[in-house]
Design a protein around this ligand. Sequence first.
Ligand code: TRP
Length: 453
Amino acid sequence: MVRRQSLHGQWSSRLAFVLAATGAAVGLGNIWRFPYVAGEHGGGAFVIIYLACVFAIGLPLFMAEAMLGRRGRRNPINAMQLLSQEEAGHSGWQVAGWIGVATGILILSYYSVVAGLTFSYAIDIAAGSLNHARPMDITAHYRELMNSPFELLFWHTLFLAFAVFVVARGVEQGLERVVKFVMPVLFLMLVVVVVYAGAKFAFGQAVQYLFDADFSRVDGDTLLTALGQAFFSLSLGMGAIMAYGAYLPDDASIPGTSFAIVLVDTVVALLAGLAIFSVALGSGLDPATGPGLMFHALPLTFADMPGGVFFGTLFFLLLILAAWSSSIGLIEPAVARMVERHGFSRRNAALAIGALAWLLGVLTLLSFNAFSGVRFLAGSLFENLDYLAANILLPLGGLLVALFAGWAMSKASSVDEFEIGTGLRYTLWRSFTRFVVPLGVAGIFCRALGWLP
Ligand code: TRP
């Protein structure tokens, strides 16, 4: 194994990597994004395709990113540059790192706006203003918030400041402790919400909605969105896992760790889907409501729950922390690059990246109100940014990573870095990375462009 050192230190253990990567993976993508995109695409078939993408494409790529990150022990751009040089004799593959860093900033910009909404809901629920609210009141509340650009700006700024502050101080500090506490409690709360919402609303219908697949209505866009959701939820295709892999101890086993993280992330998304669709289908809320789905269904769940103010506030606070640990993964690759390559201090790098994401985020929050008339391609400005990042840039980044790890990198190097021998596990990884991932991603791109029947 090539033993390099990272400039930013190393995780204290394999567990620290698991926690940080789980923190990056589990976030708004699972609880906010998964249910609403599934709802917009009719549930059932979408969910099955998403699961197939997670395990056939996401898992091998997760392993590949962690492996490349550890081998390079640098930010994603420099890691890809160095490994490309070593393996291919030129540095062309660094383009995957560049796409990743840009995509991270793009996602961070609107992620922070939505996390800001979560913040605002936590406060409103704590103040009791959504207690015993009827669906009508909740809709009115959401509309009012969406139509208050300054309020959105306030929460967006607050959330981003909070994330930047932590990255500025160094990634390891605090993250471990927070994730260790937040993830299990969030998981438990989610189970409670599923049980309560399932019993009070429509559990049976939610199960049917999520798993009863009608493939006849699947089109290229459904496939692409399911693929994009798998990438988004697992934090793949933009170097985040590579950046975290760079701090992974030499002796940590990558396959087992990756599988555990991918599994947890997926179970959390499915639980969120069960909870939110139980409420939606049981209360006449349209599953295709769009990005506001979670902000309607969750307050409705807590409105009449015994102890609803307490549980509702707790749930939204946990969600903010989960979003926070994800946003750190979105900032880290860019910051690591600026520190390693351009000699910035961590603080200045984090501030610069934060400022850029803040400005872009303003476009997203204005697209809910002042710019709501601006519509093209995928819809509003926000929808276009999200479509570009999740459905195009992440899969493209992932495709490049798979081509590099599977084809450009010598077998000897990946065998050496994985340290799992050349048995079944390695062979499976290598065949999926060489064939299933590139053909899957390219095939779905072609279907979405109408180049394939
Ligand atoms: N996976 C995160 C979520 O589900 C969002 C995300 C996408 C992310 N790409 C990332 C987080 C990269 C950290 C790093 O909420």
